[in-house]
Ligand binder design. Sequence first.
Ligand SMILES: Cc1cc2nc3c(=O)[nH]c(=O)nc-3n(C[C@H](O)[C@H](O)[C@H](O)COP(=O)(O)OP(=O)(O)OC[C@H]3O[C@@H](n4cnc5c(N)ncnc54)[C@H](O)[C@@H]3O)c2cc1C
Length: 399
Amino acid sequence: MIVIGAGPVGLCLALALAQQDVRVVLIEALGADNFLEQVPRAGTNHPATLELYDRIGLYRRIEPRGIIAPLFRHWDRRGQELIAEFDHRHLKDDTRFPYVLQCERIKIVEEALKLAGAHPDIDLRLSTMFTAFEQDAGGVRASVKNPAGETEHLRGAYLVGCEGARSIVRKELGIAFEGFTYPDRTLNIEVAHDFRQHGYTERNYISDPDEWSNLFHWKGPPDRWRVHFPTRPDETEEALTRPEAMQARLQRFLPTGKDFDIVGCNLYVAHQRVAKKFRDGRAILAGDSAHVNSPIGAMGMNSGVHDAFNLAEKLVGILRGEADDSVLDRYERQRRHVAVQHTQAQTIRNKRLLAERDPAIRQKNHDELRRTAADPRLARAFLLRSSLIESLREAEQIL
Ligand SMILES: Cc1cc2nc3c(=O)[nH]c(=O)nc-3n(C[C@H](O)[C@H](O)[C@H](O)COP(=O)(O)OP(=O)(O)OC[C@H]3O[C@@H](n4cnc5c(N)ncnc54)[C@H](O)[C@@H]3O)c2cc1C
């Protein structure tokens, strides 16, 4: 099996396959020297994802590096009013992990890479760039540029593209990446300041018609909080990330009268796109190569990891001769359904909810959130959706 990309999805797939005695070649462009120099990105790990990490021995490695967060809160920025608090403990009968783990992608891939590097069935090729592939009835042939700069050809039964949103596998197959890109970029400012003293909890969604934001807590040292703000398309990166501009923005968000300790910042573009197909013959897409969405709701990495485990089970069945490769069409039906009906639908809705400008609709949304949080039955249903447990249950029903 050839897996392209040692991001969270490629690593989980390689580990889940190797655990079932499948030999995997895992190709990663980054090397041991720069693997950890990646922007932090994802970090909220939902309960169902924690169960999957646990299966491959990853959970116990990342738990000490993260923050267990059972709660999240919705706020209205005008008047700093708390609208609703949701508690994952409503899911205590649905999962062994009734909380999210705030643990950044970079820590997850660092720990998973150690597991992959130590596994006898994973041939981990770092500093190796995948460039092209071809397939025939008997298998696939991947072309890679090795650390010495030479082109090598690798043969495998299947090839899985887990190399992120710019997937070469997807492009080589000519598969459309349908959807849209938001015109505005999001500014992420990382601050060493304990926002809990102002009433915030580890995860906060703050709605405002002019400047919505998200506020999340990450384990240090030093402990950091990420504050996300929308920006206007005409603003330059230079103007947005000037220290005085970021301080002024933070003071408008939370007037403390003292400069914040800014420890990092970056700007990112959010896309809402799903590949038209997740599979063509022996080439398969998983994770960001198959679907991308705005980070509001923390679903990209989580749903990608869910792809990986779903796919691993099917590939193992095929290689053991227990299933024919039509199960890969089921993978596509299940995971594409989740991408369109759950992750896309919810992340688009989440952004609208935070940025809603119509006062009457804002009021209605806030009333709905209050009512949902106050009723344990409705709160559980809401959390089953927001934590993607419902998406997994629904996918199981798809034949
Ligand atoms: C600011 C931000 C916050 C986010 N927060 C969350 C969150 O809280 N929760 C969540 O679930 N998701 C979140 N996401 C989304 C999440 O980061 C992605 O969905 C996730 O990283 C996708 O994982 P992946 O393994 O599919 O791809 P990637 O993480 O993109 O990994 C792809 C890997 O492939 C390698 N690669 C690429 N091209 C090649 C090549 N040609 N040859 C060899 N190797 C190659 C790359 O170096 C990389 O290691 C966030 C995203 C952003 C931008």
